[in-house]
Ligand binder design. Structure first.
Ligand SMILES: [Zn+2]
Length: 64
């Protein structure tokens, strides 16, 4: 179950998330890249996770 949660989190666009927009990414299996149709974000699952992590760390510096 927790594995599914992380996939949902990764599938959310971090750039739109920062603007408080809930936009899901499109995954291209061939390129192994995630794309956002709302903004011009594209990146791997690791890129997406890293942006999320640094954003959450800045927003909640006392957590973790
Ligand atoms: Zn986006």
């Amino acid at each position: 179950m927790s594995k599914d949660d992380s996939i949902i989190k990764i599938a959310r666009c971090p750039v739109c998330y920062m603007k408080e927009i809930d936009e899901f990414l499109t995954y291209d299996e061939k390129d192994e890249l995630y794309y956002c149709r709302k903004c011009c974000f594209e990146g791997t699952a690791q890129d997406t996770k890293r942006i999320f992590d640094s954003y959450l760390r800045n927003k909640y510096p006392k957590m973790g």
